[in-house]
Design a protein around this ligand. Sequence first.
Ligand code: PDD
Length: 288
Amino acid sequence: MPAPLANIHGQMMPLEDVKVSVLDRSFLFGDAVYEVMRVFGGKPWLEQEHFDRLRGSLAAIRIEGVDLDRLRRRMHETIAAGKFGECTVYMHVSRGAAPRKHAFLKQSLTPLELLWVQEYDDGPTALARQHGSSVITYPDLRWHRCDIKSTNLLANVLANEAAAEADCSEALLYLPDGTMSEASHSSFFTIVGGVLHTTPLKANILPGITRNFVIRLAQKADIPLREQAIAKEDLFRADEIILTGTTSEVLPVVRVDGQKVGSGEPGPVARRLQEMHDQAVREFLSRH
Ligand code: PDD
């Protein structure tokens, strides 16, 4: 397996050789945003959508002066240099390094522009996609701007750890009012009576790229969609539940908090969306 290859400010090097200052604000404050992209056969999937979201995240936290076209070129150069095929790209832009001080406007900062490419083994996730996965529910302890893809992920980390300790792949997060937001590192949908349900974007969730792509697939397949609040109890009445995310793709959930979802097997809507997703990737690869 080739070693992960990094690119920091245009310089390529093995990931383990990258050095970042301890005064970098992503280390001290989590003052940074990121993206994770899936690459199929050397070609980044939904690339424009990821760069658009990165632009939005940077603007939302007022990190200025990052040339995203240049970052994009560096990404392609790094994928090509490492001859990567099936891989992921992690991109991380922080506000930069400066003496520790919360406010940032009066400091002259150069954003840190880091990315790395690493080979991706889809095997375990492919198996979960085939058989379905189990999840827990867990309180959403995050801040009020989860639409920004920031590296402040402590609440997500703790939620996912609780899931892992329960031998589950994900944690579906619930808010104090008893409605659901999203999962610790994925979006999710329920399916009830053939209708796809998901939390609206105006609630406190990340605008998932795969979420949006799956909504487009559902429109093509004439599967009705309802973007409205999902109560925690609704999970236990759903016929099907799916997780969506960059590496999860369309992942059926077959148990929530130990209870079977529907028949306890991946359902027909999940299967249909999986097929459409795979077909879309095949078409993308044949076009590029
Ligand atoms: N996670 N919600 C959260 C909180 C996420 O962190 C992610 C992605 C998603 C799915 O978004 P997308 O379809 O754009 O990948 C939803 C990434 C992959 C991660 O943190 O590793």
